[in-house]
Design a protein around this ligand. Structure first.
Ligand SMILES: Nc1ncnc2c1ncn2[C@@H]1O[C@H](COP(=O)(O)OP(=O)(O)O)[C@@H](O)[C@H]1O
Ligand SMILES: [Mg+2]
Length: 244
């Protein structure tokens, strides 16, 4: 049995007057890639934002680390980031007017020039995402959707991280780009990073996921191995309204 790096227990989140998460229970095994699936509006993005401290749980607990971990439920986002959690939001948070290099430097806390991004790490990122190197001195706004997504993930890993939270990275991408992304995420996983990835592309989810959690109406309604979920067409149909 693997240990869990992130544990949510009975997490409720309110956004203003709206009660969005209704008791989310979720465990993310260390070193694995966990797919967070579910229909539109199920609460996937709200769950990532709650983990990152961009929304705060009104009830329940978010723990980071082994054995339920450190209680991060009430921590502020910079403090949570400082523990080694990075978040790639759906809109990617890229500065279009800045170059790829400048975008990377902004992500490297305190770095003033490229020499201050760890060289070995930068080379590793270039290998994972060749477009980042190729367009290093170009405005990020000129990148394609897929290249922007790769830049967004590169920014998240410019410093070593234990846990990556990534929201729908394949959205709107061409199949060839999705294949590149699958390879890059597989390599990231091999490097030891734990990943919680929200996905709508079922093919992507199936090829990359070790574990799966499915949300509906602000709760996790199924969790288990991706292999078992992949084989259960009836379960997929009932939870997602489609089969893999
Ligand atoms: N800022 C917000 N204000 C009010 N309701 C929101 C806000 N963000 C999300 N919601 C609502 O919360 C529910 C879950 O949204 P979300 O977490 O974005 O779902 P998903 O990512 O699974 O599509 C939806 O019903 C959505 O309309
Ligand atoms: Mg979403």
């Amino acid at each position: 049995m693997s240990t869990n790096l992130l544990t949510l227990e009975g997490v409720h989140t309110h956004i203003g007057a709206y009660h969005i998460l209704h008791g989310v229970d979720l465990a993310v095994p260390r070193g694995q890639l966990t797919m967070l699936l579910g229909r539109n509006g199920a609460g996937k993005t709200t769950t990532l934002r709650t983990i990152m401290g961009l929304w705060h749980a009104s009830q329940g607990r978010v723990g980071f680390g082994q054995d339920k971990g450190v209680d991060i439920t009430a921590m502020q986002t910079p403090q949570i980031a400082g523990l080694g959690i990075a978040y790639v939001p759906e809109n990617m948070g890229i500065f279009s007017d800045l170059t790829v290099k400048e975008n990377m430097l902004l992500a490297a806390r305190g770095a003033k020039n490229a020499a201050q991004i760890d060289d070995t790490r930068l080379k590793w990122i270039f290998k994972l995402f060749p477009a980042v190197e190729k367009f290093w001195n170009h405005p990020a706004g000129k990148l394609s959707g897929g290249q922007k997504q790769m830049l967004a993930v590169s920014r998240a890993i410019v410093e070593p991280r234990e846990l990556l939270l990534i929201d729908e990275p394949s959205k709107g991408l061409a199949p060839v780009m999705i294949n590149n992304m699958i390879d890059a995420f597989a390599e990231l996983k091999r490097s030891g990073v734990t990943i919680l990835l929200v996905e709508q592309n079922i093919n992507f989810a199936q090829r990359l996921g070790d574990s799966v959690a499915v949300m509906d109406n602000g709760r996790v309604v199924h969790s288990g191995s991706m292999a078992a979920f992949s084989e259960d067409a009836q379960l997929q149909q009932s939870l997602l309204g489609l089969a893999l």
